[in-house]
Design a protein around this ligand. Sequence first.
Ligand code: ZN
Length: 117
Amino acid sequence: MPSHRTIVYMSNRWGIPAEVEKVVRQRDTKCVYCGVEFSAEKNSRRNKSSWEHMVNDIRLNEVDNIALCCMSCNASKGSKLIKDWLLSSYCIEKGITPATVAQVVKNIISKPCLVLK
Ligand SMILES: [Zn+2]
């Protein structure tokens, strides 16, 4: 079980602490799953980044669980476990495997205590 820490500093409207948001935005310039580069154009829905809790637990608001992924990966993954989602037809069609995802995702996958919850 994760520790039940209370986050007291400012968080954005997704509940992600500002410090975490800053680090993640600098780290994830591409979708952590499919690797598509995010569009800089504000009004473009294509390649728009969205906030992702890789382990679907909103208490895990740390840089190792928060990532940016594209809208289509986010919509496909929904609340599935990463390991299950990687076996979905979406990932198979896009060629997304545990070997192709960003390092931050690999780190999460390598922590079975988190992924298997
Ligand atoms: Zn993606």
